[in-house]
Design a protein around this ligand. Structure first.
Ligand code: C5P
Length: 423
């Protein structure tokens, strides 16, 4: 979970700050990239050099310097992180962030971030139990910050009580949990189809296409990274499935259709699979024998179900329950000519919300390649996206999906409020 994540470790002025090089080391060992931000008070207890040595990254200080802002503005620092850990979080820092103050680098970053925050409070027991701190902790929890500790034990002041910073292992575990629970698509269900389908002709031959599944798999992974619960329904591919998704392997279009319906209701459907439009009308049970020279077998084809159109117009049938249409149904248009025109036509014909149109003529190397260039066609217009790696494209798409769902829910809330006002 921590592997490859950018963690911003903000250290404020408590004695427990002396443990933070150990925390930074443990986070790094778990595969995270750690950048430390040290408040002026924190610097009384731990040296910048120690933090820089273990994290391998420069340490940002309390004051804004033009060099810092030029190198990495405080907004970018707050946004580039996957998680911000404040350890130790003093009573003073908790009070400041609960009230939205931005009086030093740490509080400014916390005010500017949209990323999950994990607080590891440490202080004297009486400060922890003071109603002001209790209230601040409650405010921060309600706003979505995660907490770890404090724990009971001997305190720096010599007294015993609740106030010690949580153990390093517990902070690591809480960090994993905070990352898992976060993400703008948390609680959103997504079904993604990917790869080609294989339609058997006889026991040894089949109809297929050049789809590698790279784009569909990357989309499933990017949605999961933003917190969505993803079911990836994949035709035969040679690539590893992304992490944190439920994989359903299928071979034919009929199997893919059934798996989509079995996946139950979804908020988002992305049909990235290159589903074969036809299958054999009558799959042969035995291998078709080569006939005398000059004679070729005639293959009679029949139409496959159109999965995207079914989901967009009828919905996902989900076994016995009624069909429900996902909020957002997204398809692909792999074209070799008249890209935009065909994509617009497809958007209307399939009844979906967005079409990602890509040129798959041979020279583009889109089928099977690592890069893709798409136009996003919606009812309100066309956006041309630059050529990029399929993973980057998946990330961009997942972020666009998250933004759209957020806008939809804002609209729904606004509507609810305005109806309430009227009544
Ligand atoms: O009609 P066409 O195959 O060009 O449409 C492409 C889009 O429709 C893709 O998103 C593809 O995954 C989807 N599709 C489907 N079921 C089919 C054919 C295409 O879901 N039988």
């Amino acid at each position: 979970m921590l592997n490859g994540k950018n963690i911003l470790l903000a250290i404020t002025g408590g004695i427990a700050a002396y443990k933070t090089p150990e925390l930074a080391r443990a986070l790094k060992k778990a595969g995270a990239d750690v950048t430390c931000v040290l408040s002026q008070n924190g610097a009384q207890f731990v040296s910048e050099l120690a933090l820089q040595s273990v994290s391998g990254n420069r340490v940002y200080g309390d004051l804004f310097s033009l060099t810092d802002e030029h190198e990495m503005g405080h907004i970018s620092l707050a946004r580039n992180a996957d998680l911000i850990i404040v350890a130790p979080a003093t009573a003073n820092t908790l009070a400041k962030i609960a009230h939205g103050e931005a009086t030093n680098m740490v509080t400014t970053l916390l005010l500017a971030t949209t990323k999950p925050i994990l607080l590891a409070p440490a202080m004297n027991w009486a400060m922890w139990e003071n109603p002001a701190t209790v209230e601040n902790v409650k405010t921060l929890s309600v706003r979505g910050a995660s907490m770890v500790g404090p724990v009971a034990g001997e305190l720096a002041c010599g007294e015993e009580g609740m106030g010690r910073m949580a153990d390093i292992e517990d902070i690591l575990e809480a960090a994993e949990m905070a990352l898992e629970l976060s993400g703008p698509l948390k609680g959103v269900l997504a079904t993604v189809t990917s790869g080609p389908t294989h339609e058997p002709i006889d026991p040894v031959r089949y109809i297929a296409n050049r789809s590698s599944g790279k784009q569909g798999h990357a989309i499933a992974g990017a949605l999961a990274e933003l917190g969505a619960e993803v079911t990836l329904i994949s035709g035969p591919t040679n690539i590893a499935p992304p992490e944190n998704i439920t994989l359903v392997n299928v071979i034919t279009a009929n199997e893919m259709m059934a798996a989509v319906n079995n996946s139950g209701c979804a908020d988002i459907f992305v049909g990235a699979a290159a589903v074969s439009d036809w299958r054999m009308a009558d799959t042969k049970k035995q291998k078709i024998k080569k006939q005398s020279p000059g004679t070729v077998p005639e293959l009679k084809l029949t139409e496959n179900p159109d999965i995207l159109k079914t989901v967009a117009t009828i919905g996902i049938s989900g076994g016995l329950s009624n069909s429900a249409r996902p909020q957002l149904v997204i398809g692909f248009a792999a074209e070799t000519e008249n890209l935009i025109e065909n994509a617009r036509r497809k958007l209307a014909a399939k009844g979906c919300d967005w079409i990602l149109a890509n040129d798959v003529s041979n020279e583009t190397d889109t089928f099977g390649g690592d890069d893709n260039q798409v136009h996003l066609v919606t009812r309100s217009g066309v956006e041309e996206w630059p050529r990029m790696n399929k993973r980057q494209l998946a990330k961009k798409l997942a972020e666009k999906i998250a933004d759209t769902l957020l806008d939809n829910s804002r609209l729904a809330n606004a509507h609810l409020t305005s109806t309430k006002d009227v009544s």
